[in-house]
Design a protein around this ligand. Structure first.
Ligand code: HSE
Length: 309
């Protein structure tokens, strides 16, 4: 085998109350990476499509090559590989763009090498890439992109990742307003400490969300989509945030939050039926603000990343 292609899905990280610890994958879109064996050692990024010429080709900056290099370092192997990246995800959107590239690259490279790692054991390498991309080694995009479904990162040291139950019919609508937010900028507005009061509120909601998933209690899921730690600061970076939230809830969303570090907003609903009215309601708000928006809706992706050929 000389060449392998893999797909990794987009993700919604944080899911409101779970800053850096919760995320889920979505079916709507993702990135494709092809990895090819080459003569001689060293990694090379050969082509990047769909990024408008903005992603780096330097191996120490590109998330695909950073991730693969971390894997090769662990193996102690010097294998030469060419990397071809096709972006299906917009950059700086909050839909886990850097994570999907790193995860697809790892899954392809691991397959090319005869699967020396179990899929879940690729996660630490993806986290190294995430750190290179945005300065923080958070796993709430890479873990669901790799493993699929709804994922909890219970701890980072050591890594303890738990797959949660996904209720039948849980549906996500994504609203991507036409501007970019870098994760590093969106993290820089956050505070270092949290009050006891806010910690109590946030813990209650994380617990409520997880209980709601396992009990398939959609109202409880909706009530638990509340974030008092990151959202109040990040909402100031997203025009119309509270107006859109009010409109989409009135249109049938269980709740709404910022997808990852934004500016994409996500809603959850029971079934796909509400998505059309959620999108229409959000679009009306964005029309008033004068901001374009792309909308997608999708079931939760259960499969995660996989080899294409
Ligand atoms: N948990 C990360 C953050 C996700 O909120 O900064 C970034 O997509």
């Amino acid at each position: 085998m000389q060449s392998v292609k893999a797909f990794a899905p987009a993700t919604v990280a944080n899911v409101s109350c779970g800053f850096d610890i919760l995320g889920f994958a979505i079916d709507a879109m993702g990135d494709v990476v092809e990895v090819q064996l080459k003569d001689g050692p060293g990694l090379r990024v050969i082509s990047i499509e769909g990024d408008g010429g903005r992603l780096p080709y330097e191996v120490e900056k590109n998330t695909c090559t950073v991730a693969i290099q971390a894997m090769l370092d662990e193996l102690g192997q010097e294998v030469g590989m060419n990397i071809m990246l096709k972006k299906g995800l917009p950059l700086g959107s909050g839909m886990g763009s850097s994570a999907a590239s790193a995860v697809a690259a790892l899954v392809a490279a691991n397959h090319l090498l005869g699967e020396p790692f179990e899929k879940k054991n690729l996660l630490p390498f993806a986290i190294v890439a995430e750190k290179a991309a945005c300065g923080a080694g958070h796993a709430d995009n890479v873990a669901p992109s790799l493993l699929g479904g709804f994922v909890l990162i219970r701890d980072y040291h050591p890594l303890d990742v738990i797959k949660l139950h996904v209720p039948q019919g849980l549906h996500c609508t994504l609203l991507h307003p036409h501007f970019e937010l870098k994760t590093s900028d969106s993290r820089s507005v956050l505070r270092d400490s949290v009050s006891l009061k806010h910690s109590t509120i946030q813990s209650g909601n994380v617990a409520g969300l997880i209980a709601g998933l396992f009990q398939e209690d959609f109202d409880l899921i909706g009530r638990s989509l509340r974030d008092v730690i990151a959202e109040p600061y990040r909402a100031t970076l997203i025009p119309g945030f509270y107006e859109v939230k009010e409109a989409v809830k009135a249109a049938g969303a269980l709740g709404m939050g910022i997808s990852g570090s934004g500016p994409t907003l996500f809603t959850l609903s029971k079934g796909a039926e509400a998505s059309e009215s959620i999108i229409k309601a959000a679009q009306e708000v964005y029309d008033v603000i004068g901001l374009g928006v792309d909308a997608y809706h999708s079931a939760v992706n259960i499969r995660g990343a996989y080899v294409l050929e």
